[in-house]
Unconditional design. Sequence first.
Length: 345
Amino acid sequence: MEKTYYLPAEWHKQSYIQLTWPHADTDWAYMLDEVETCFVRLATEIASRQPLLLVAPEFPAALADFPYRDQITFVKCPTNDTWARDHAFITLLEKHSDPQLLDFCFNGWGMKFAAHKDNLINSHLFKAGVLNGDYINCRNFVLEGGSIESDGEGILLTTSPCLLAPNRNDTLSRKDIEAYLMERFNLRQVLWLDYGYLAGDDTDSHVDTLARLCPDHTITYVQCLDKNDEHYGALRSMEDQLKTFRTLDGAPYRLLPLPMPEAIYDEDGERLPATYANFLIMNEAVLYPTYAQPENDARAAQVLAEAFPGREIVGVDCRALIKQHGSLHCVTMQYPESVKNQIAQ
């Protein structure tokens, strides 16, 4: 029997959600209490609903009295940073076989930041025996989880500014990269977004900050209506391109625009990459970032409720996370069902 592995959609039934915890030896050191408050909230919202896979050099003191401790599987491991979306395994499923755990090279978003410890986290997880599946070494190719979106039916959404950036896989052409993705993930189509960016973004335009695949041939995306905003031109071009995308049946996607948050700046006056597209889909809920902007936060929740009927829409204040140029989806990674090793403690 031929094995037909596929890349599941994020809304596929899940086992673990991974968090890689901040600590004093990360870039969060100067604001550790503030960011840990955010991470505790994330851990609470996750572990109160489904199992949490926690990675850190030491078990976090902030979780000493955590009410959902029995939902945590902890793996002690050296780390550089906290962006689990980009250093974690990418999982393929097959109906009659164990999952495949794909370990791609993580090079700190094009060698911008140290990643030598984070690039070994997957090896630690696999050796710890907490994951069920076959380890697949893909470290000859640079790929971050935040740069790709799958609908579980063979369509991949990505951005050309990221995947074609010379600091990733510079010896490969767009044609080469698409051919690799098609074969590696057993795809039927790659949708390339050529426009869209966020000021303050270190990832070269990860798709999970701009546009997200959702059930029923739906795409939620960041829309900018302010012609005076620096993002207006690029996001308008992205919106126009999204309108040209077609499903495998030749139908246009249902497009649901998310609001553009009001500009948020750091202490040096640099604009931070606040986005509502950086949400996490869970089994029975969607966790989405909020930015203390009541009107925009509420509007984003309404859009996500339309995209995910039947799921609870839960906001988490992510003003701390964007100070290091990421948000909620960036610090999490879901593992589909059957990946959690049932004997893991």
